[in-house]
Design a binder for this molecule. Structure first.
Ligand SMILES: [Zn+2]
Length: 73
């Protein structure tokens, strides 16, 4: 019967890839070029979605504004 001591491996300071969650060096932004591409695509898509939403909101506000200002008497 052997006692297995639970070894506590001290993990050197590291970060996790924001795309896939793999650990990576602290000075790296992504673990691989593939993840960087994925991240950039996501950012681009998010930005486009935000712009689209903002435009939609602005148009809606403009429509509402003109609806109330130019009320037919
Ligand atoms: Zn990754």
């Amino acid at each position: 019967m052997s006692m297995k001591p639970t070894k506590k491996i001290r993990i050197p300071s590291h970060r996790h890839c924001p795309v896939c969650g793999n650990s990576m060096p602290i000075d790296a932004e992504f673990c691989s070029d593939e993840c960087r591409d994925k991240y950039l695509q996501k950012v681009k898509r998010d930005r486009r979605m935000r712009l689209f939403f903002f435009l939609f909101y602005a148009i809606l506000m403009a429509v509402l504004f003109f609806f109330f200002v130019w009320r037919p008497s």
